[in-house]
Structure formats: C-alpha cells, structure tokens
Design a protein around this ligand. Structure first.
Ligand code: GLY
Length: 304
C-alpha cells in the first residue's frame, strides 16, 4: 500500500503558509520511507509544524489572556490502539513528543502539573519565549476585552455568535485582574493523518489552544473522539473552535460514519454540517482509499 500523509496548519492559517505543511508532510513521509510506521510519521510531521512558529502550536503557541501563559494540548492515536494525550502543558516547545510518550504509560491523558513533571522526566521541558507574531496578535486584540460588555448571567451555547469575551470577564480566573491583561484571539491547531505501507492509520494533533479562554480551559484537541480519532477505518483530525467540535464529538462522528461504509468526503461534510454555519471548522482525514482536506475557510495544508 502506498504511504500517504496529510497535514494542516489550522483553520485560521493562511493558504500561503502551506509550505510549512508541505515540509511537515515530507518529514513524516521520509519517516515512513525509512521504515517508520504511521504513528512515528505523524509525530514527526506535527513536530515540524510545532517548530515552524507560524502556527498556533509548540513554538508558535498563542499567548493566554494574562499575556504570559502559553498552555498547549497535544494527542496521538493509531489504528493499533496506541493513544496518548497531554493538556494544559506549559513550558514545553514540542508537546506532541510528550503525548506520544504517554502511550508508554498505563494512561491515555495527562494534564497540568502531572503532564509537566512527566515532560521534565523525559527531558522535554524547556521554557521558551512567545513568537513576535503571538505578541503582536495579543496586543492587537487588547481592545476587545476592554470593550466587552459586563455580563452577570447566561451561558455560552451553539447559537451564540459573540466571542465569549463577556463571559471571560465575568469568570476571569487568572491571577490579577482582567483589566491588567491583554487578550488574544486564536483558534488554530496543527494536525497530521497518515496511512503507512502496512495500511495502519495514525493521527497527531497539537495546539496552543483557543483564545479568549479562561485559565485551565481545554479544547477538543486532546480529547479522544472530539479533535481526533484513528482506527482500522481511517484517521481524522479536526481544527476550529474546540467548544463546538467537542459538543458534537466531531472526529468520532466522522469515524463512525466511515465504519458504516460512508465515503470520507460525505462523512466529513455530514459531521461538519452539525456545527453552526458561522463556526470556522476544518477536518483532514484518510482511509484505505481516500484522503481529504475540508475547511469552511481555505487553510494551509499539504499531502505527500
Ligand atoms: N481546536 C483547538 C482548541 O479549541 O483548543
């Protein structure tokens, strides 16, 4: 079977950044050419995207609402049943390398301080500075939270089309006042799906999270069946605002359609249709016969 690997740079990435996705696809493919399986390939590909600096993951992670914290999530899964994820991981430039090592433990998901201590034990803890782009975007959006109305009740749901700033203000849980912070808006995730020469499927995904967000917020990316899924029928990676993706368990929904024999493109379209039209969402997927990049907004992606 011909090995295939697909990468994306996030639903908010620009198509002009597809060169970064292509470099990642080449790296992953090279891993499979060298005898690596699909899991090693997607980890290699996502590692390149984390190192790129232009995408909201790893070195390019967006700044939190306090203007200091860069909290990342990452996950891997393959059709052999290997599954590992980390959430709310700080000071680790390559979270996907930590996620894949979770597959060597009895667990599937490590979060916060435990994930950090695990990363330290692996020698993968290395504090790093935000990119100039992350800082610029962070400053650019400062006015949004300042101008957000005060809110005393209500909850976010699928029908809301505001950006959640009023709720962030109401429930602010970073140290210090929201007024001292500057906000950021970002909803990027990077991801890769692959099929290796033996027909095994794998997915890897990494993100600097979705902003604006409260401290401790976790999106779809490290949650099985929400941001990612892989099994004998294929592999799926999602990108977009995690709260919408998780509410509809988008990756699992698409994967279950594949199991029923529905074609990849239709399975993705049917799944994405569940999300309100205003929500930016994208999906990459691979099966034994097909591969797809589907996004409501053109995004950086590549296939090798
Ligand atoms: N899709 C990335 C996130 O919502 O965190």
């Amino acid at each position: 079977m011909k090995p295939v690997l697909v990468t994306h740079g996030g639903t908010s990435s620009d198509v002009s950044q597809s060169d970064g996705c292509l470099a990642a696809a080449y790296a992953g493919h090279e891993s499979m050419d060298g005898g690596g399986d699909s899991l090693a390939a997607v980890v290699s590909a996502v590692g390149v995207l984390e190192a790129d600096g232009r995408f909201n993951a790893g070195l390019g992670a967006s700044l939190g609402m306090d203007g200091r914290t860069m909290s990342c999530d990452a996950a891997v899964m393959d059709s052999a049943g290997r599954l590992g994820a980390v959430a709310n991981l700080v000071e680790v430039p390559y979270p996907v390398k930590v996620a894949v090592r979770v597959t060597d433990t009895p667990h599937h998901l490590l979060v916060g301080i435990g994930a950090l201590e695990f990363a330290k034990r692996l020698g993968l803890h290395r504090p790093y500075e935000p990119t100039a782009t992350a800082v610029a975007e962070f400053r650019e959006h400062h006015a949004a939270i300042q101008n957000a109305p005060e809110r005393t009740s209500g909850s976010a749901d699928d029908s809301q089309d505001d950006d959640g700033l009023a709720a962030i203000k109401q429930f602010w849980n970073f140290p210090g006042s929201w007024n001292d912070a500057i906000d950021q808006w970002a909803q990027n995730t990077v991801g890769a799906v692959a099929r290796d020469a033996s027909g095994r499927f794998a997915v890897a995904i990494s993100t600097g999270g979705c902003m604006p967000a409260l401290l401790g917020r976790v999106g779809d990316s490290p949650l099985i069946g929400c941001g990612f899924y892989a099994g004998p029928a294929g592999a799926i990676a999602c990108t977009g605002i995690g709260e919408h993706i998780m509410r509809h368990m988008l990756a699992a929904r698409i994967y279950m359609a594949l199991e029923l024999g529905i074609g990849l493109r239709r399975a993705i379209d049917d799944g994405m249709r569940r999300l309100p039209e205003h929500v930016e969402v994208g999906v990459i997927g691979i099966t034994a016969e097909e591969s797809e990049v589907v996004s409501r907004k053109p995004m950086a992606s590549a296939q090798k």
